[in-house]
Design a protein around this ligand. Structure first.
Ligand code: ADP
Ligand code: MG
Length: 350
């Protein structure tokens, strides 16, 4: 959060585009044999070896998707990769390559971009993907990052949003709302810092939720887990915009309804205590918070014995007929239609 005034600053104008690309990409190593040609030519060449290719892109814009006053560039690089990989895993695919394109204003020195790329490199290493290309250009103001992730999947193993059937179980991984509450803490500390720059941020007791915001993970492990359990979900989506909006996507594409139970939504204790501190309803946050990058899936009742004892998978409800609508069953056992955003009517009841 505090800028280091002594850091080296090499102006981008000094080095030029060609040298910049070379410096940023020199550490990337090719790990997949499907990568025939990586960085260095007009285009990369990939050999999918009989498999189907999965492709997804995200564009992140400074001031819209991230705020550099509290997001370290290394974390931003890491997270930019994660948000894309999450979409690949949500198809039940294996992520294999990424490309990364950046537009930067000359307010960024080389060292800042090297930090960003250190984060990209770390994510690429941990998630075992090759960085095979990108583009570098200038921007008049902020920083833009666009990442494309490429993955492979055997024919017939892909999982879409449209396969959910009445009576299927609705299952989520991990816990929800942490990334949003982490953001609230960071925003609060930013305001404190503005008033008194000598104040060191007090982040003790919030480490889990701040990490959920700054260093999210994509659920590659769940793809393996499902394979190991011998479970193929009927539909799947990653939770980037909040549980509520993802459930509605899934129901719309599958032409079904659902009942989810408020008391089943998985929350970390730190999310609950921080919501209490901010006097906001934790269910609202879990439903609308976003950026948790967990997976939401529907699983056939027949597979219940295979998933029931698994701590990674929480059953939060079930699929119903389309005309029943998508509903939340509250702790008080009232039925409330799920809304994509806001869900304001419930804001004040704790
Ligand atoms: P072109 O003029 O054909 O677009 P570039 O000079 O932009 O070629 O890129 C040269 C090589 O470097 C290409 O392989 C490209 O994919 C890669 N590349 C360019 N910019 C980046 C970047 N920001 N990150 C990773 N790879 C990059
Ligand atoms: Mg180019």
């Amino acid at each position: 959060m505090i800028e280091d005034k002594n850091q080296n600053r090499t102006s981008l104008n000094e080095i030029g585009e060609f040298k910049l690309i070379e410096l940023l990409t020199r550490n990337f190593k090719i790990k997949h044999k499907s990568t025939i040609k990586g960085i260095g030519d007009d285009a990369a060449v990939i050999d999918p070896d009989q498999k189907q290719i999965v492709i997804t892109t995200d564009l992140l814009v400074e001031g819209v998707h991230f705020d550099l006053s509290y997001v370290p560039l290394k974390h931003l690089g890491y997270k930019s990769v994660i948000v894309n990989l999450s979409d690949v895993y949500a198809m039940n695919a294996e992520a294999t390559q990424i490309t990364i394109s950046i537009a930067v204003s000359n307010r960024f020195p080389l060292e800042a971009l090297e930090e960003l790329y250190a984060g990209v490199e770390t994510a690429a290493k941990i998630y075992n993907v090759d960085v095979v290309g990108g583009d570098t250009t200038s921007s008049n103001s902020g920083l833009l990052i666009s990442i494309t992730a490429i993955g492979v999947i055997n024919k017939g193993e892909e999982i879409y949003r449209n396969g959910a059937k009445p009576n299927d179980l609705l299952v989520v991984t991990g816990d929800l709302g942490g990334a949003y509450m982490g953001l609230q803490i960071l925003e609060r500390e930013k305001e404190v810092f503005k008033v008194n720059p000598n104040n060191q941020p007090d982040l003790d007791g919030y480490t889990y939720i701040i990490e959920r915001q700054l260093k999210p993970e994509a659920r590659k492990d769940i793809i393996k887990l499902l394979k190991d359990l011998g479970v193929k979900p009927t539909a799947m989506i990653d939770i980037s915009d909040g549980l509520s909006s993802e459930i509605l996507h899934l129901c719309m594409h599958s032409k079904v309804g659902c009942d989810i139970y408020e008391n089943k939504i998985p929350l970390d204790p730190q999310v609950i205590s921080t919501c209490e501190e901010f006097k906001i309803d934790s269910t609202t946050i879990a439903l609308n918070g976003g950026e948790d990058y967990e997976l939401l899936m529907t699983i056939s009742q027949e597979d219940f014995p295979k998933i029931k004892a698994n701590p990674n998978l929480t059953i939060i409800g079930h699929i119903t007929e389309e005309n029943a609508g998508a509903n939340l069953i509250t702790r008080a056992e009232t039925k409330i239609p799920l809304q994509a955003q806001g869900w304001k009517n419930f804001n004040n009841s704790n």
